[in-house]
Write a new protein. Structure first.
Length: 261
């Protein structure tokens, strides 16, 4: 897709923080495609514009995640869904899901919604819960909210407001018969959760395919593991989520450097 403003002109018009936010969000789209999280031209990864509480970044409807660059994003009004900067059409369900979540939840600077296959497969089950059968699963379990009611495609912001209430203080949402959403204060936090939720779902489904009974970890081990995962004093400097995302971006810098344009 071609745009009337050159990447250099756009970059020169933005603060360093706003341009870096675009680079990170573009990286998340490219990585999600490479990791098999995308579904056609639907699903959405959005981020509140740094320094603005009334706008978020969204790609134009019809753009594939494999072609997203830092200069691709529109700025969309959280209250009205209108394009404030950039070019393109606003995909309706993105606005109806994401804008109310951004508005209602202070931790939701980044909101990532996908139909990634393994986690989405779990949402189709009578019991979609991630089971505490391994350390990754336990580390995630306390962060997950489950929505048990699918209400149809999101074409009204009231649906996003409802989902925000379901998420509450959690950072992962299993959407009944639908897909997954993650939220985070940064792109790195939201992507890290997205990545590990899909891995946990994949391992659980593989284990279920054997037909053997799943081996639940003992309650004391679950509690210890959960505490260890929540301990933010194990490492100095960047968080594990940020280190993970930085490592993933280095792959893009090597193989697909155009994402940062």
């Amino acid at each position: 897709m071609q745009f009337s403003v050159s990447p250099k002109t756009l970059r020169d018009s933005l603060s360093a923080g706003q341009w870096q936010a675009r680079v990170d969000l573009a990286a998340a789209h490219r990585l999600a495609y490479l990791h098999g999280f995308s579904e056609g031209i639907f699903n959405h990864l959005t981020l509140v514009v740094p320094g603005r509480s009334d706008r978020y970044y969204q790609i134009p409807f019809g753009m594939h995640w494999s072609e997203v660059t830092a200069s691709s994003f529109m700025e969309v009004g959280i209250d009205d869904g209108e394009v404030k900067s950039g070019e393109g059409d606003v995909e309706r369900s993105c606005y109806c899901i994401h804008a109310p979540i951004h508005k209602a939840l202070p931790q939701a600077k980044a909101v990532f919604h996908t139909h990634m296959p393994f986690a989405s497969a779990l949402t189709r089950l009578e019991d979609p819960r991630i089971k505490e059968i391994g350390q990754t699963e336990v580390g995630l379990s306390g962060a997950i909210a489950y929505d048990d009611e699918y209400t149809g495609p999101a074409v009204d912001p009231a649906e996003g407001a409802r989902l925000a209430r379901v998420i509450g203080d959690k950072t992962v949402l299993f959407m009944a018969n639908h897909g997954i959403s993650t939220v985070g204060a940064t792109v790195a936090e939201a992507y890290d959760k997205l990545y590990y939720v899909e891995r946990a779902a994949q391992v659980q489904i593989y284990a279920m395919w054997t037909g053997q009974k799943l081996k639940q970890l003992p309650a004391p081990v679950v509690e210890k593991t959960r505490r260890d995962y929540m301990d933010d004093h194990l490492y100095k400097g960047p968080s594990p989520a940020q280190r993970h995302f930085d490592a993933l971006k280095r792959i893009l810098d090597r193989d697909e450097p155009d994402y940062a344009t």
